[in-house]
Design a protein around this ligand. Structure first.
Ligand code: GTP
Ligand code: MG
Length: 224
């Protein structure tokens, strides 16, 4: 049986992180959990420690992409890594579905939200547009290109080149892994929008995501 770890990128996440970590501990097969606290000014790191997670803390904020890459390095001894958000939007109870998909042979397991009315209308549109675009350029179906709830196998982590430093990281990793021929499987997860605070900025992050999709569209494809 493979040994997987959980990686939680966290920025200003103290409000919801404790509950996420408690629910992870309650899973039938608890896993090692690493929280990457990225220059938070709230109690994110303290909450993470209090709930038994390993914590990597940065003095200044550098972005979700940077945090994930640092976390992947830290977790290099594991056979794969499940990533999930700290704000409660990714129910920890779905982790076994990701592990089951990986154990059945998937290299990359993508959490996929239904674009139901639980998702704000502008997000529904942006998500459908970007996921359609990514599927077209990736050569495999990617139904939710921006969802951060995933399982990356060791092979994907070791062989997928990543340059993204902020929210464009999910787009880049999914498209690049698909193009390298890794087997992708999708797992449906609930769409959760509650009282959490989004840090995604329309002026800073949306252009970065679109820029990444353009770059992936026009750059030379890897030779198979
Ligand atoms: N380490 C780190 N984590 C971050 C950073 N920005 C966001 N995160 C974490 O990444 C996850 C997703 O961030 P959100 O801002 O909720 O973005 P999102 O879920 O894609 O967008 P919404 O659907 O609007 O919530 C959360 O766990 C955040 O705490 C960052 O700069 N560094
Ligand atoms: Mg969120």
């Amino acid at each position: 049986m493979s040994d997987y770890a959980v990686l939680v990128p966290a920025y200003q996440a103290a409000a919801h992180l404790g509950e996420v970590l408690l629910r992870l501990q309650a899973l039938p097969r608890p896993m090692h959990v690493l929280v990457v606290d990225d220059g938070s000014r709230d109690a994110t790191a303290e909450v993470a420690r209090q709930f038994g997670a390993e914590v990597l803390s940065f003095a200044a904020n550098r972005g979700k992409g940077h945090a994930l890459l640092a976390g992947f390095q830290q977790l290099a001894r594991f056979d794969g890594v499940v990533t999930l958000d700290a704000d409660g939007q990714h129910p920890p109870e779905c982790v076994p579905d990701f592990v089951a998909a990986a154990e059945a042979g998937a290299d990359l397991v993508l959490g996929t939200r239904e674009r139901s009315r639980d998702m704000p209308p502008h997000r529904r549109f942006a998500n459908a547009f970007s996921s359609g675009w990514c599927s077209a350029i990736a050569g495999q179906r990617i139904s939710d290109s921006q969802c951060g709830y995933r399982l990356y196998s060791r092979a994907v982590l070791d062989r997928t080149p990543v340059a993204a430093s902020r929210y464009e990281v999910e787009t880049e990793m999914a498209v690049r892994a698909a193009r390298l021929g890794f087997r992708i499987q999708e797992v449906t997860i609930p769409t959760v929008y509650g009282d959490e605070t989004s840090h995604l900025s329309l002026t800073r992050d949306v252009p970065r995501i679109v820029g990444m999709m353009l770059r992936l569209t026009f750059e030379p494809r890897p030779r198979s």
